[in-house]
Ligand binder design. Structure first.
Ligand SMILES: *[C@@H]1O[C@H](CO)[C@@H](O)[C@H](O)[C@H]1NC(C)=O
Ligand SMILES: *[C@@H]1O[C@H](CO)[C@@H](O)[C@H](O)[C@H]1NC(C)=O
Ligand SMILES: *[C@@H]1O[C@H](CO)[C@@H](O)[C@H](O)[C@H]1NC(C)=O
Ligand SMILES: *[C@@H]1O[C@H](CO)[C@@H](O)[C@H](O)[C@H]1NC(C)=O
Ligand SMILES: *[C@@H]1O[C@H](CO)[C@@H](O)[C@H](O)[C@H]1NC(C)=O
Length: 292
């Protein structure tokens, strides 16, 4: 099975890819509440290096009869959106330039309303994209009425050390700031990127998960669409430092959201996001109003 095709669930979705930006439209079905939904096409690069167009997070149709509490259908949006938040959480905990987690299947899910908000119990598969290893995780998460979701997750197979050699080599290569690296449009509109840019793409994706975790609620589904650009800054206190400009795709509203962030990384300290700045919508594609 194609490792990147986590879920190809059938939805009445018409997909058009315009300039590499995914656009999904869902046809309303009679008898159902219309309709939040999206399919996603994302240009992604497999660990083997070939570029492929993949689809995932296929199913988010919203209908009146989807249960939102109790036992949940693991393929429907309440469970999938909650599970995507677990993915972001795991990236904030375990991510690195050589470790980037994605959501595979959700096996079962339940939710209940509690005084603090809504709580989910999930059993899911997480796939680590660079080593192409996947395994099961159990998670509990709480969407409070407002604010950042709270997540607890255990994935016993996610050993913290299986990418140490690559991380160490990357760190040694870039810690001396005599040749600061920069790059842009990773991947480009055709899904291509230079092999040397891949660790910076992974790092941008992992750092984006910090923002996506913080921004997520039960009505959102975020993904990183592209690293618009990044610049390496002088190493400080043994931490590699980078300024990133990333494009996040919120799949329910179909918005592309620009964020700048200052991040640091070292094998010892992991990824840290020191500063995030939501960018006003640019003058290129969208009218400059209605940013929240
Ligand atoms: C990833 O692992 C799966 C099995 O889990 C395998 O079928 C697939 O070929 C692997 N992909 C790459 C690019 O190594
Ligand atoms: C998932 O399924 C297992 C066995 O079928 C069950 O023991 C567990 O309680 C379920 N978990 C959730 C979150 O529903
Ligand atoms: C990684 O850690 C596990 C458990 O801590 C250990 O058994 C394994 O040998 C370690 N692997 C490497 C490559 O160091
Ligand atoms: C969820 O987040 C989106 C995007 O920030 C926001 O528009 C929406 O109001 C939020 N929904 C809830 C229920 O907080
Ligand atoms: C990074 O990309 C953004 C969005 O395309 C652009 O506005 C910004 O000027 C770029 N920054 C650099 C340093 O190239």
């Amino acid at each position: 099975m194609c490792p990147m095709c986590w879920t190809l669930l059938i939805v009445p979705v018409a997909l058009t890819v315009v300039h590499g930006n995914p656009v999904g439209t869902v046809m309303p079905r009679t008898g159902s509440v219309p309709v939040l939904g999206s399919g996603q096409h994302q240009n992604a690069v497999s660990p083997g290096g070939d570029t492929q167009t993949t689809a995932r997070e296929g199913e988010v149709v919203e209908t009146a009869d989807i249960m939102e509490t109790g036992e949940l259908n693991p393929n429907y949006y309440p469970a999938r959106r909650a599970a995507a938040v677990v993915q972001h959480y795991l990236n904030t905990r375990y991510g690195s330039p050589y470790r980037w987690m994605f959501l595979g299947n959700v096996h079962n899910a339940s939710s209940e309303d509690v005084t603090e908000g809504r709580k989910y119990q999930l059993e899911l598969t997480i796939q680590e994209m660079i080593s192409n290893v996947s395994g099961p995780c159990s998670a509990e998460l709480l969407f409070p009425g407002a604010g950042t979701p709270q997540v607890q997750a255990s994935c016993d197979w996610l050993l913290p050390n299986n990418t140490r050699a690559q991380e160490e080599a990357f760190y040694q290569q870039h810690r001396d700031s005599h040749n600061l690296v920069s790059g842009d449009r990773i991947p480009d509109s055709y899904g291509h990127m230079e092999p040397t840019m891949k660790p910076f793409w992974h790092l941008g994706g992992v750092a984006s998960s910090f923002i996506m975790l913080e921004q997520s609620n039960q009505s959102t589904l975020y993904n990183m669409a592209q690293v618009a650009n990044f610049t390496q800054l002088e190493t400080e206190k043994d931490q590699l430092r980078f300024q990133y400009h990333v494009l996040l795709h919120e799949m329910v509203s179909q918005e592309i959201i620009h964020w700048k962030m200052l991040i640091t990384w070292s094998p010892a300290e992991g990824v840290k996001v020191l500063q995030t700045d939501l960018q006003p919508k640019c003058n290129c594609e969208d009218p400059p109003d209605s940013i929240n």
